[in-house]
Design a protein around this ligand. Sequence first.
Ligand code: NAD
Ligand code: TDX
Length: 365
Amino acid sequence: MNLLVTGGAGFIGSNFVHHWRGAHPGDRVVVLDALTYAGNRSSLPRDDDHFLFVHGDIRDAELVSKLLRENPISVLAHFAAESHVDRSIHSPETFLDTNVTGTLRLLEAARGYVASGGAPADFRFHHVSTDEVYGSLGPEDPAFEEATPYAPNSPYAASKAASDHLVRAWHHTYGLPVTVTNCSNNYGPFHFPEKLIPLMLVNILHARSLPVYGDGMNVRDWLYVTDHCRGIELAIRKGTPGEVYNIGGNNERPNIEIIRTLCSLIVEEFASDPELAARFPDCPAAKGSDPLTLVTHVTDRPGHDRRYAINAEKAKRELGYEPQESLASGLKKTVRWYLENEPWWKAVMDGSYQDWISSNYGEAR
Ligand code: NAD
Ligand code: TDX
């Protein structure tokens, strides 16, 4: 099988490529990625008979059509997006360009490919989306289901909601064989250190403040990224065209609890490996103090959604999806990965990363 993975150099896309190649070494994976600040070629394998990296934009319909035709692609797995809520608040237009126009161009290229008769009979367009399209929950509200009305609250969520609607419409109007997954907060390897978990890890190691928005009691459902990748594979293989599946981790936690756990895990790692204190001498754990003292409550994110929770019963019932990683084991793996892969995160924290950190947190640093 030949797959085209858009946004494959990003966090979830790169994990998906590794997952797919591990599970299906005979398949061929083509990645299309524009290598924005969030995309890293080094997160992916070298090109070989089963892997091709193409540096390009999903809005380039001609390029997408050519890749679909020439490879020839059975599954287009669409991850490419602008994905950071805080950035969408600073510059919403980029989110509309990539997430809405980009998805439109891909849908049109896929429609042309199917209409030309060149696509395999089982061609599938899989769209990766988010629970944020459903809005925010109160403490006692039931978790999001696939039929929960859309109520996006951030420019990012609105752009993803718009892209979901386009995908739905291309199925109903043109019969394009699509599936959609809406998932909760992913974490794990190759996560860009602007998102909560990797940002906190990198800051703990450098004794920088841990910026907690508001009271730190906003709740997210944490999904280990390989569980998400398995869920996407199941939706592609077993999902019914036109259907939407929610993928969650069954791990609802307030942000401050996640930060507390990360601090404890770092302290444990430093206690069991004396070399860490030499590598990260500024880290409070190297000096026997608690990294939790680095927590700084900063101005809340505007329109900050209070709680997300996913009801993944449909994916369990129809696809056999269940998350395998507990939050404790997933966070431990993640902490280890960041300790073992310092060159990766050092390399991505370049000038544009530094500019973003000072524009988002300013004087809080
Ligand atoms: P990411 O920001 O880490 O990666 C996005 C990738 O898309 C990058 O490699 C970037 O270079 C690429 N890209 C951006 N614009 C492009 C363009 N115009 N053309 C080609 N490539 C482009 O994002 P992620 O966290 O891996 O998220 C992947 C998908 O999953 C997104 O659609 C996102 O909305 C969705 N999602 C993410 C999460 C999460 O917790 N991270 C949760 C739910 C859904
Ligand atoms: O410095 C921070 N301090 C803080 O308190 C950051 C970066 C975040 N937070 C809070 C905001 C959220 O309540 O932590 C929570 C998680 O924040 P993010 O990591 O920015 O994720 P979130 O806004 O929940 O969105 C993520 O999950 C859904 C992804 O970035 C989206 O792409 C995905 O769709």
